[in-house]
Structure formats: C-alpha cells, structure tokens
Design a binder for this molecule. Structure first.
Ligand SMILES: NC(=O)c1ccc[n+]([C@@H]2O[C@H](COP(=O)([O-])OP(=O)(O)OC[C@H]3O[C@@H](n4cnc5c(N)ncnc54)[C@H](O)[C@@H]3O)[C@@H](O)[C@H]2O)c1
Ligand SMILES: O=C(O)C[C@H](O)C(=O)O
Ligand SMILES: [Mg+2]
Length: 597
C-alpha cells in the first residue's frame, strides 16, 4: 500500500524546475508501468529505472515531461485534422477516446493536459460529450475506473470497500444512473458522470487524483432498450424501489464512512424522488451534498443576482424580479428553494409571489391533483393569477407575466421555441435573461443563436452546456455564459474538506453562491458576462472554496484538518483563506518514486 501527501503546493509555472517531494510506491517493474498513478512512460529517469526494476522494459531514451506533453498535444491536433469533415458525434468520441487512453495510461500527464487546456477539453470529458459516452458506455468499455456496487452486493459492501487500493479517499461522486443529464435512465452506463465530475475536481479544485473515487450504485434499470442490449454491462433487472433501494444506499454510505470517515460524498444525477429523499436522509448524518439540487441552485442564484446587476439595479431589487422556472425537478426546485432562502435573508420575509413554476403539465397551481410535496410551496393560488389557469403553457405564462428571467431546467430540448422567445421581447426587464440550463447540448431549452435572434440582442443568455458567442453583426457580440454547477461543486468540496466540517450547511452553500455572484466586475456584468470563463476555474474554485471554509468557521462547523486546526482557520483573513485553499491544490507533476516494501 502507498501513502500520498494529501496536497502538494500548487505551481503556476507550466514546467516547474523545483523537485517535488517523493512518492512511495509498493510495486516494481511492469506493475508500475501498468499503474497509471505512477507510470511515467518514457519519462522515467535512468536512476529510477534501476531502482524500480524498469531498466530494459522501456526504450532507452528518456523523454522529458514537457516533450511528452507536446507529443500528446501533437497527436491530438493530428486527430483533429484527420477527422475533419466527419460527424460531430464521431469527432467528439474520437477525442474522448484519445484522452481516455491517456487517462488509463498516465494520470499525471492526463491531468496536466486537462488543467492547461480546460476550455478545450472540458466539453469532451464533461458535458456535452460525457452524455454521449454514457449512452455508448457498454460498447466503449475497455478498462474499469472507479467502483461498482450492485443490487447483488447486498451484505458485502463493508468488505468490498476495502478492495479500493488507495488508503485515503477525500472525494466520492456517486450516481445510481437514474437521471443522467437530460438523457434519462442509463443504468450502469451513468458511471461516466462521476468520472467526469471527479476529473473536474482534480482540474478545478486540485483534489489529489489518487484520492478520488467515482462510484456507480447499480440497482437495475427501467430502460428497456438497455435491458434488451446484449452488450449492456449492468445488472439486468428493473430498478429496486422503496425500502429495498434505500437499504442499498444506506449500506454503501455506512461502508464509506467506516473506511473513510472524512470523505465527502457528492450525490449526482439521481432521479428526483431519490435525490430529495437521500439528501434529507443523509445530510445531517454524513458529509454529503446533492450537486443537482444544491450546486445547481447556487450557480443559478449567482446568475439571478447577476441579471439584477446587469440591469444596473442594486442586489436588493431581486425581490422585485419576476422569475419563471421551467422544470419542477430536483434542479428547478433546488433553484427555487435557494432563491427564496436568499430573498428571505435580504428582506426578512419569504415572498414567493415573484416565482412561477412550470412542469410538463404546465403552470403549477394549487389546483393540481397529485401535486408533488416538494413543489407545494411554489404552486400558485389561481385566485392570485389574473388570466392564467392551472396548466397554462410556457408561452401563455411568459406573455402574461412578462418575466425578467426565463430559466429552463426541464431536460427538454427546444421547449423555448420561437414563440416563447419572441414573447420574452415584452419582458419588463431592460436586460431580459434566458437561462437554458438543461444538458447536454441537444437538451438545452434553446440554442444561443435562437435566443439572440428571437428574443432580441439586449438579452442576457446562459446555457448549461457550452455554446459559441453569437456574432450580432456590426462588431457586436452576444455573450454566452455557461451556467453549470461546475463553477461551484469543486469549491464546495475543497472548502469543506479543508475546513474539516462534518456537514455541509445551507450557510456554506449560500456563501459559495454569493462568492460566485460577486466574482465578475460591474463592467463585465453590464456586457452580459455573468460567469467567469472556464479558463479561470482554478481561481474561481480557490475563491469559492475559501468562502465555504470561512462560512464553516463562522458557523462553528470547522474542525480543521492537517496542520491547520480551528484556531489557525479562525485567525485567517479573507486573503489568507484564499491563499490557504490555493496552496492546498494538488498539481500534477512527476515526483521521484521511492519503493517501500
Ligand atoms: N446547468 C446545470 O448546472 C444543471 C444542473 C442540474 C441539472 N441540469 C439539467 O436540468 C435538467 C433537469 O434535471 P432535473 O434533475 O431537475 O430533472 P428531473 O427529471 O428531476 O425534472 C425535470 C422536470 O422537467 C419537467 N418537464 C419535462 N418536460 C417538460 C416540458 N415539456 N415543459 C416543461 N417542463 C417539463 C418535468 O415535469 C420535471 O418537473 C437536465 O437536463 C439536467 O441536465 C443542469
Ligand atoms: O453534469 C452537468 O454538466 C451539470 C449537471 O450536474 C447536470 O446534471 O446536468
Ligand atoms: Mg448532474
């Protein structure tokens, strides 16, 4: 077994000349070459080859890290050239494959190219391509990554968890594959999502790549196409339900915390009923959060505050904004709950009249039969609606309400059609905002071009998956923001980890959202740029992580970790806390391997 330093100093230079600390390894020879955590390919220095029994197992020339990096980027560029003219799907999967092969072979080089080229590579390892990968996962599968706990493992999880080779784990992303992006139930194939999210943890938060664990909880699938597919790699049975389901999740959570009491578990892409149920069940017991409910809510709240600033209004004017949310699922309801919480904190009361909620059956009112309990607080009383009735369509609501913000988390591509977008021209806002937050790209409620061409050039636009900025002619640019929870979850995880908190509170999550909301300058916000470019994601994460850490300290949740105890954390200024978080980000570079028997 090996032990690795949890964090290593972050370095801003591309190829540092400083020698990183040693890394202990408990294997020799080909076992090292086949372990992507330690493998350096042709980069092993001769002395290390001697020490580790590698001499003769590699071609004699030693290639520097920098040279290996350039060789990889050259092959990536040739692939781009050679696939020119092929379908987007073909090209995206080819790019994913080349990155995945590097991931499987040499993690240090993989994470370095990912960090340095995050804007270019995020759409491949994360949304939208990760959706395509999940849809085709059983066919694409070559090597396992992460852990799989299935309905057949009941009673075995406490011992299975010890099969994971790392001694320490900081961050786990868990899915049951039941609602993968807007693509529905993908069963075991949903493992691509925890893998992609954890890649973002390494790239954005500098969580040590040896201390992450993607997990699939395979409780079956209700996707008949997958059950009929001879290649399908998951358990062939309908999804477990009720107590049977919960007992599997309970067992997994107990096993995790028995082995790694300080690990954080991020729940990801669970269907709504289990997303809320598991969050309520575990949040006071374990250090966990639900990214789709809570991470998304913070990013959307930052966007809502940004739209107020974009109109040149003080933040307190959020109270007067009319906001239509399309999608009453885990994400949409998460956004509404957090927005109401933020408005209440500002005004001292909890006004809900400004929010309108629409689901697949139209406007949600108290007249709805079988109203979901989670949606009850946002259901309109028809008596308060002049001219709108239960089940009113999106276009009817937009025409009547003339909202400041139209925010989509429905998972349905194109529901913001031309008629809906044209109706937004009548918005009472000087900068109407359209947030098409559903993923992947084909599930976005509208495209950027559609939004600017139908709703007008003065809008603010954000989408969950990336779109190019729109050329409005005359040198004008319609700016596209990416409203994706990737701007928050890495900081929530890292800040919590460094604080040593045992729970993730609403206060810590509000702090994360407020931090993101204040990240952009007034000048940028006036131009419709509400979120930073993904190029700055390490910096954003350092700020968000520090905000979460400070909130944990202020609320008495922090217990400290490593060398920094509670007292040290309490004495940190704001700047100190950001530097502390930044200094604890792991950065991929080859470290000398020392064999320990
Ligand atoms: N950008 C982000 O950071 C982010 C974060 C989380 C979720 N999402 C996306 O949001 C989408 C929804 O996620 P979720 O977890 O809430 O899903 P969910 O299945 O829990 O909820 C979907 C909701 O949309 C409603 N809906 C379906 N068809 C509709 C229609 N035609 N018109 C209006 N409403 C309709 C459903 O009734 C339901 O209330 C997914 O595509 C997901 O990728 C994006
Ligand atoms: O995965 C993403 O890109 C965002 C979000 O968590 C989603 O479920 O769509
Ligand atoms: Mg998600």
């Amino acid at each position: 077994m090996w032990k690795v330093a949890r964090f290593a100093a972050s370095r801003s230079r591309r190829f540092s000349t400083a020698i990183p600390g040693p890394c202990k390894v408990h294997k020799r020879g080909t076992d090292i070459l086949h372990d992507p955590w330690f493998n350096k390919d042709t980069g092993f220095p001769l002395t290390e080859r001697d020490r580790l029994g590698l001499r003769g197992l590699l071609p004699p020339r030693v290639i520097s890290f920098e040279h290996q990096y350039d060789r990889f980027m050259d092959s990536y560029r040739s692939l781009e050239k050679n696939t020119h003219g092929q379908s987007d799907k073909f090209v995206s999967l080819a790019k994913w494959r080349i990155l995945n092969r590097l991931h499987d072979r040499n993690e240090t080089l993989y994470y370095r190219v990912l960090i340095d080229n995050i804007k270019e590579f995020a759409p491949i390892i994360y949304t939208p391509t990760v959706g395509l990968v999940c849809q085709n996962y059983s066919g694409l599968f070559r090597r396992p990554r992460g852990m799989y706990f299935s309905a057949k493992d009941k009673g075995e999880m406490m011992s299975m968890i010890y099969n994971w080779p790392a001694q320490e784990v900081d961050m786990i992303v868990l899915t049951d594959g039941s609602r993968i992006l807007g693509l529905g139930d993908l069963g075991v194939q949903g493992i691509g999502i925890p893998i992609g999210k954890l890649d973002m943890y390494v790239a954005a938060a500098g969580i040590n790549a040896q201390r992450i664990l993607p997990v699939m909880l395979d409780v079956g699938t209700n996707n008949q196409k997958l059950l009929d597919d001879p290649l399908y790699l998951g358990v062939r049975q309908p999804r477990l339900e009720g107590e049977e389901y919960l007992s599997i999740v309970d067992e997994f959570m107990e096993a995790v915390y028995a082995r790694w009491p300080k690990a954080i578990v991020q729940f990801e892409d669970f269907q709504m009923k289990w997303a809320f149920e598991t969050l309520n069940r575990y949040r006071k017991k374990f250090c966990m959060f639900n990214d789709d409910i809570q991470g998304t809510a913070g990013v959307a709240l930052a966007g809502l505050l940004g739209t107020v600033r974009a109109q040149g209004l003080p933040l307190s004017d959020i109270l007067k904004q009319k906001i239509v949310v399309v999608g009453a699922g885990s994400a949409g309801l998460g956004v509404l709950n957090m927005a109401v919480q933020a408005v209440s904190m500002m005004s001292g009361s909890a006004p809900k009249s400004q929010f309108f909620l629409i689901d697949k059956d139209g406007l949600v009112t108290t007249e709805r039969s079988n109203l979901d309990p989670a949606a009850v607080p946002f259901a309109k009383n028809p008596r308060d609606l002049e001219g709108l009735t239960e089940g009113a369509s999106i276009v009817e609501v937009v025409k009547k309400v003339k909202p400041h913000v139209l925010l989509g988390l429905s998972g349905v591509g194109g529901v913001f059609n031309a008629e809906v977008l044209k109706a937004m021209r009548e918005s009472v806002s000087t900068k109407p905002a359209i947030f098409a937050m559903s993923n992947p790209t084909m599930n976005a409620e509208c495209t950027a071009i559609e939004a600017f061409s139908h709703a007008g050039e003065n809008i603010v636009f954000a989408s969950g998956s990336p779109f190019e900025n729109v050329d409005l002619g005359n040198g004008q640019v319609g700016h596209v923001n990416q409203a994706n929870n990737m701007y928050l979850f890495p900081g929530i995880g890292l800040g919590t980890l460094l604080s040593g908190a045992h729970h993730i509170t609403d206060g810590m999550l509000q702090a994360a959202a407020q931090c993101l909301a204040s990240y952009m300058t007034d000048e940028d916000v006036q131009k419709g740029i509400l979120y930073p470019s993904i190029d700055c994601i390490r910096n954003v994460t350092a700020e968000v992580g520090a905000a979460v850490l400070r909130a944990a300290v202020a609320e008495g949740q922090a217990e400290g970790q490593g060398d920094a105890g509670v007292k040290e954390l309490e004495n940190m200024s704001k700047e100190d806390s950001v530097e502390y978080v930044r200094g604890n980000m792991w950065y991929p570079e080859y470290c000398p391997l020392v064999q320990e028997k």
